[in-house]
Design a protein around this ligand. Sequence first.
Ligand code: ACM
Length: 674
Amino acid sequence: MKRIIFIAFVISLSQEVFGQDNTYNIMPLPQSIKPNGQKVRVTALFTVAVIGNPGQRVYAEASRALRRLDQRVGFFFKQGFITAKDYSLKASLLIDVKRPAELKLNEDESYQLTITDRQIKISALTDFGVIRGLETLLQMLSVDASGYYFPGAEIQDFPRFPWRGLLLDVCLHWMPMDVVKRTLDGMAAVKMNVFHFHFSEDQAFRVESKVFPKLTELGAEGDYYTQEDVKEMIAYASQRGIRVVPEIDVPGHATAMIKAYPELASIPREYELQRYYGVFDPSLDVTKEYTYEFLDKLFGEMAQLFPDEYFHIGGDENTGKNWENSPSIREYMRKNNIKNAHDLQTEFNKRLLPMLTKYGKKVMGWDEILQPGVPKDIIIQSWQGGNPYYESLKKGYTSLLSSGYYIDLIQPADYHYLVDPAPEDATITDEQRKLILGGEATMWTEHTTTETVDSRIWPRTAAIAERLWSSQNVRDVEDMYRRLDIISLRLEELGSTHIKNKSMLMRRLANGYNTEALEVLVDVIEPLKIYQRNQGDTMYTVFSPYTKLADVATPDQRVAREFRKHVSQYVKSKDKTLEKNILDHLLLWKGNHSEFLKLIQQSPTLQEAEILSENLARIAQVGIDAIGFINGKQIPQSWHKESQLILQEAKQQGGRCDLQVTTAIDELVNAVKN
Ligand code: ACM
């Protein structure tokens, strides 16, 4: 054991000194990689050519890939924007494509990438295959003492699932076009292919309607996408092989629509946009013809604006309370023998479906739209997972999993990574298995602004992208994290602010340039997970400052994660190199508290973090003592009891964050023999 750890250490150190071979650092991992031992040097003479029958996407994406490559290697390549005139069978990178892709579900995305010392070749049926292959190639760029190279290999690759999505909610917080574009860039880098555009909510309606202009005039407070913006977004996504699926969430989560057009309301009164987060009672009056006329016109307009064949109608979390409280709706239900809100929503869905079919759309919605009598050609997106998900499959509905992929909940990447849309042990038939389209990560933006959204999406979503693309048996968590740390830098280069904004947020929070003591703390804390951050849904509104400790802190802290790993290895091996590394951290944390107290003097906002800093220093001392005892120092009688108490106290939150190294210290304490 000791030997293996030692070798691993030497390898990781030598990688830092002598470079890095990225043959196996790809994310998502391809279906098959066969290295051939060759190395293709990247020189200033590197060229790209396209043969076959490409669409315009291929030239634009090949040109973008060439720029991304020169940005990394620093050569002044001769080629600018690649066109058909660059045709040459001798190019360093030859792209061979059979036909342009169609932007639709189940389009072929497979490719073959061959890297030999004669040439790099990407062969694909469609330009989407080329685009996926280019991402793989860029990720393989490696370096050694002689410079940059591509490691020789033959790669055969194709996605496990055809639907690999990311939902971006642009309502709970406004996300302007540059956020959308950099998100699309990141998605393409990890081969995701559906951007689920959630633009209608209780807090806002954010796409311009020319038919119903009040939707944004009264429902967006100035922050919305014009139809030109939407077209630009769709073109940008299409260029990267990403579909844009729009969602208009009805009949619940629709307060913004109701504020703009109160005629839609179940209870007649004036409405305001919701400022808090959660589930609210306002709901469309689905018993009025006006509502159907309105939706018919709105869907008709939006169906034209969004070319994708799928249209998402939401359908989630309609409480039904405003229906029960409306005398006219109660009367309608009585007359039509509709027993409850559930059945009324079924009636509503049954009328929406032909409406959208008329506009050439297939319908999808959340679990709740799955009710008796709903036609089989809809897609159910399961945010609930478990039984509702499997019931949907068992009833024969094409389904998509989002439960387990809620990245807004700050859970670690390994949790999401191990959630499988089609687990091997699921008790479903082969036919039912075939109905599984894939999954979607969901980025709800309650507590997320333009400054923090990237750190909530990336790099964790890359792990979900791998689950949805790579073979089911790619499940090694440690290897995933190793590659995730590498891909994180690649995502940053593409424009994601998930690393750099953290420094800015820390400077603001520390009220100056000196953020050292804050950084030491932030490296070992995470925001409270699931829905604990927002107690009772009443701590935050859309106007709250999302610039505090819990916003600076990010999920899946690398320093804490590495520390926990090292401690687990150390308690088994008692390896001295690991021990020194652990002690260095413990001494840093112990000494940090006095520095942190000085920082609070100039940044009162940080007072809420004092308890965390103090507890970190206390558990660090416990860890230092534990290592002393492991090494044979005399153990005081009451030490075990006292250290348990300190560890217990260190579990409390501060600034809506908690420490991520208490379990590791606990492990050290447990390694001390009584
Ligand atoms: C949802 O999370 N209500 C779709």
